[in-house]
Design a protein around this ligand. Structure first.
Ligand code: ZN
Length: 261
């Protein structure tokens, strides 16, 4: 069974900006989906903001193993109901890749629980994404660094929780650094944040960036999905294994002697 992946994009810049349309004539989502489908064992489809329920109806999410998220200018237009639905699916075991300006999306903030803010500068600077965790599966096939001649600078401090793992750290021509590839686990779901991807640069056409995205989908996939329907899981009381000490009428010392802990 291939990893069923949905690439979500707000798909607004491509309509409004000729430069972006020139780079991604079919939309960022289709370029990313094409790159994922070029990998063995991945079956990627797309969804966008303007579709009913943003293309993320419950039935579709239930059939999704990994969701990829690209959003920038319309985070506020994503319905809270859909955000909560995606969050619950992550808790149940769906993987989530959050790309570039998705750092400020409702879903990323919901799962991180922190402001997720950062510093940025759009000046077409050189970026070097250093692999700082070479044995990590997401970095498989990438040599010491990925070099992007033009990128938007994202700089620290990046107000996210301490990650599970840091796979990439970026250096920018202007001198800043940024933790550009971070992993998290939320419930049973694997989450990867990946920084490059500003819409006016052809970053998702870069072969090494595409390799990272395929690696990340495979890493995020959790075939076990052990936490099904976790949103409705009750908070269950369990009976005491032994009769409580007080009912026995024992002092703490006596209880200790009798093997109570
Ligand atoms: Zn950007």
């Amino acid at each position: 069974m291939p990893i069923r992946t949905v690439v979500w994009n707000e798909f607004l810049h491509e309509h409004e900006n000729e430069a972006v349309r020139g780079i991604y004539p079919d939309g960022i989502h289709r370029t990313i989906a094409g790159a994922l489908n070029a990998g063995e064992g991945i079956e990627a489809t797309t969804a966008t903001l303007e579709e009913p329920e943003h293309g993320l109806a419950q039935a579709r999410l239930d059939e999704t193993d990994v969701l990829v998220w690209w959003g920038h200018k319309a985070h506020g237009r994503v319905s809270d109901e859909v955000v909560e639905r995606v969050a619950q699916r992550v808790h149940e075991g769906m993987g989530l890749l959050v790309l570039h300006s998705g750092h400020f999306s409702k879903i990323f903030k919901r799962l991180m629980g922190t402001p997720c803010s950062l510093r940025w500068r759009e000046a077409g600077e050189r970026e070097r994404l250093w692999v700082i965790n070479p044995s990590h599966p997401i970095a498989h096939g990438i040599d010491r660094a990925i070099e992007l001649p033009n990128s938007e600078m994202y700089g620290e401090p990046f107000l996210v929780p301490e990650p599970l793992e840091t796979v990439f750290v970026s250096w920018f021509e202007g001198g800043e650094v940024f933790r550009s590839g971070l992993t998290y686990r939320r419930g049973a779901g694997n989450v990867f944040y990946f920084e490059p991807g500003h819409e006016t640069y052809p970053i998702y056409h870069d072969r090494q960036i595409q390799t990272v995205l395929r690696n990340a989908v495979r890493w995020a996939y959790n075939p076990a999905r052990p936490w099904k329907d976790v949103a409705n899981a009750p908070n269950v009381p369990v009976e005491a294994a032994r009769e409580p000490i007080e009912r026995k009428g024992l002092s703490l010392h006596q209880a200790g002697e009798a093997g109570y802990r």
